[in-house]
Design a protein around this ligand. Structure first.
Ligand code: FAQ
Length: 310
């Protein structure tokens, strides 16, 4: 790699500037962006499934309309992110193939089942809450198309988080049985939610993401911010977070919390969580059943191009 180009690239990053698709970039920067952005895109479209599962069973018209909008937003986020990845010279088909063959990763969190309606509230509150914490710094990441996509994504995630909290508040004001459903859902989703931030910093292998201004805050720092913010929200809701070691540490100015079960995390990341097989089967089915739409769109594009040539 030409040292002059490398120096210019580094200077741009150090000055907080953006790198754009036509700018020169080191091959490793391009590769790590394709990896992270495509994993992020896959997470969005696999993330449609646990909630999509409840659209037909939403308890009211209002909740159904909200949930439909949320799941559609997630499909949209997947599309912006695949488009951002394509600016780096990969095709959407290649990325999709990597997902469907089980080669590409997507967030561990979407391999857990949504068992009751309270899970829909908890996914919004905790999962979207964690997603926002991780994505706000990405709005200022060094790659322009990714950073710009994140601005709109974060606005929509904010609505998703609030609707989840609102759903839970409503249930907490209901019957004892509803309150129990909420607590049960919180008990099941809490640990997987804090695993979303990834391994501890000392086990996080992709240090280049920090050096190049892609990931601007480390996994552990984001996880700590999330825990601190969520404890207060849990108090407002009136639920308990299932961690006896969770307590305020005045000296650190943060909450201490218990040990994460990393065996569970790597097991899920490795494809052996409760829903991994089902999630991929569902994405494959959607891909196969959508073949006629892709073919029709191509045929239409060809006809239009032929008409323009005449
Ligand atoms: N699950 O060295 P690091 C959403 C992998 S939000 C699975 O620390 P990095 C919204 C990691 O890929 C969820 N794998 O890696 C929504 C790497 O493997 P590799 C998506 C994980 O990249 C809400 C290895 O472990 N958000 O979808 C996980 O520096 C509700 C070593 O880890 C994003 O993707 C995990 N949790 O940091 C939708 C945000 N954690 O690639 C629907 C963008 C780590 O070497 C409903 N991504 N791994 O094979 C990021 O910020 C980063 O990629 C991290 C990981 C922080 C996820």
């Amino acid at each position: 790699e030409n040292p002059e180009y490398v120096a210019q690239f580094n200077a741009r990053i150090d000055a907080g500037g953006f790198i754009e698709p036509k700018d020169w970039m080191p091959e490793a920067y391009r590769r790590t962006l394709v990896r992270q952005i495509s994993q992020h895109a896959h997470s969005e479209i696999v993330g449609m499934l646990p909630e999509g599962n409840w659209i037909t069973r939403a308890p009211s018209l209002k909740r159904k309309a909200i949930l439909l909008a949320k799941v559609q937003d997630e499909g949209g986020h997947g599309l912006y992110l695949y488009a951002a990845a394509e600016t780096l010279g990969v095709s959407r088909d290649e990325l999709y193939e990597a997902l469907l063959s089980g080669k590409a990763k997507y967030s561990s969190i979407f391999n857990y089942p949504t068992l009751t309606w309270a899970d829909i509230g908890v996914v919004g509150w905790l999962v979207d809450g964690a997603a926002i914490m991780n994505q706000i710094p990405l709005c200022k990441c060094s790659y322009g198309p990714y950073a710009r996509a994140m601005i709109r994504v974060c606005k929509e995630e904010s609505f998703h988080q609030r609707q989840g909290f609102d759903l839970l508040l409503t249930m907490m004001k209901g019957t004892a049985e509803q309150r129990e459903m909420v607590q049960d859902a919180v008990n099941r989703w809490w640990w997987p939610s804090i695993m979303m931030f990834g391994p501890h910093d000392h086990d996080s292998v992709h240090t280049e993401t920090a050096r190049w201004g892609i990931k601007r805050i480390s996994n552990d720092d984001l996880r700590q911010k999330f825990v601190d913010a969520t404890v207060k929200q849990a108090e407002v809701l009136g639920v308990t977070l299932p961690d006896p070691a969770l307590k305020w540490n005045a000296e650190r100015g943060h909450h201490d919390f218990g040990t994460i079960d990393w065996d569970e995390f790597w097991n899920v990341v490795g494809g052996h969580g409760q829903c991994n097989v089902d999630r991929l089967a569902e994405r494959k089915r959607a891909w196969e059943e959508g073949a006629w739409v892709r073919e029709a769109a191509l045929a239409y594009a060809e006809k239009q191009a032929a008409r323009e040539q005449r």
